[in-house]
Design a protein around this ligand. Structure first.
Ligand code: PMV
Ligand code: MG
Length: 361
């Protein structure tokens, strides 16, 4: 039996801007996992997941016609990951075999995505990793990222693939995504093996080290939102405000780069200042697009963190889900924890997950 896991993630800064090639974000892997087990089978295979079987199938209308939104359904990511990794395996001369694949997720509750910790990236990476072992492909972190990103491309995901990068590398990372148009053009002309070994324009994944006295606190505000819907809405409404949107991108890049400097020089103050700056920039994006990112519950989460010595912002697409606060070890965290709890914000007891610590994962 093969058993592999991939961690969940949280965005720290650079959200929305990061869906554009070359725009930086900071993302962290957290210690909740999607686990895939794989057993060799004969004549036919199966895919099974208790958590995902209960998920509703979402649909919308386009020109009056019912259209399924497969981007929300983890089974499509699993299928795409299997198809692409097997295509790569065949190119590498491996003989394809049958298997039963089972997925369990700590990132989802049985009634759907609960904490917004990003299971579509994790399930894709865990599937690629399981097949990597099954076919003994010897994929490294970057090759795993590329195969998982190709699977997301196939499902027509509108995401940046930052969640995939956090999953593959663990810890804190600075991430910029690749040029999607380049990938769309290359995909029909090259083998998977060629794509995996080529340099993807604008893609950058750099591990970061957090200052030793930095603390990351995570609060959950409930009302989970659909990331792909929110990104669609931003994409749709920004087109009439091109100039202000470009300004947002420039400012977000400067802010995240400054935050990366804060990490490299172990300067918590600078990191905190840039968290606040990024929060304002996301508010600016709301005023450009009309899309609510910081809900009133997330505002409260941030305000309470500020009153208790932290710097805070929404994490990821927002519209509910999690917010993050950065504090220094010295300032103590208990007053903030109780303030959040009194305001019905759930502190999540999650830790940053570093790959070295769990060799099997
Ligand atoms: O809501 P989350 O944690 O899945 O984060 C989404 C972050 C965005 O930048 C809005 C989208 C993306 O894929 O990068
Ligand atoms: Mg989210």
């Amino acid at each position: 039996m093969i058993e592999v896991s991939a961690p969940g993630k949280l965005y720290i800064a650079g959200e929305y801007a990061v869906v554009e090639a070359g725009q930086p974000a900071i993302i962290v892997a957290i210690d909740q996992f999607v686990t895939v087990t794989l057993n060799e089978a004969k004549h036919s295979g199966s895919i099974q997941s208790a958590q995902y079987s209960d998920l509703p199938i979402r649909w919308t209308r386009r020109k009056g016609e019912l259209v399924l939104d497969i981007r929300e359904n983890p089974f499509h990511y699993i299928l795409a990951a299997i198809r692409l990794t097997e295509k790569y395996a065949s190119e590498q001369g491996k003989k394809l075999r049958f298997f039963d694949l089972k997925v369990t997720s700590e990132l989802d509750s049985s009634n759907g995505r609960k904490y917004g910790l990003g299971s579509s990236g994790a399930v894709t990476v865990a599937t690629v990793k399981a097949l990597n072992e099954f076919y003994q492909l010897g994929l490294d972190q970057l090759a795993t990222f590329k195969l998982a990103a190709l699977a997301h491309h196939e499902v027509l995901s509108n995401g940046s693939c930052g969640d995939i990068a956090a999953c593959c590398y663990g810890g804190w990372i600075a991430f910029s995504t690749f040029d999607r148009q380049w990938l769309a053009d290359e995909i029909n002309q090259r083998t998977i093996s060629e794509l995996i070994t080529s340099n993807w324009p604008k893609l950058s994944i750099q591990p970061l080290t957090a200052p030793s006295d930095l603390r990351l606190l995570i609060g959950w505000t409930g009302s989970p939102a659909s990331t792909s819907d929110l990104v669609d809405q931003v994409n749709h409404s920004r087109s009439s405000q091109q100039q202000r949107y470009s300004h947002f991108l420039t400012e977000s890049k400067a802010c995240v780069e400054e935050m990366i400097t804060g990490f490299r020089t172990a300067n918590i103050n600078k990191i905190q200042q840039m968290i606040r700056k990024n929060r304002h920039l996301l508010q600016e994006l709301t005023s450009i697009t009309g899309v609510t990112i910081e809900t009133s519950a997330l505002k409260q989460l941030c305000d309470l963190a500020e009153e208790n010595g932290g710097a805070a912002k929404s994490s990821g697409a927002g519209g509910g889900d999690c917010g993050i606060a950065i504090t220094s070890q010295k300032s103590g965290i208990l007053p903030l924890m109780s303030a959040w709890e009194n305001a019905e914000i759930t502190p999540l007891p999650l830790r940053v997950y570093h790959l070295e610590k769990r060799k099997d994962r």
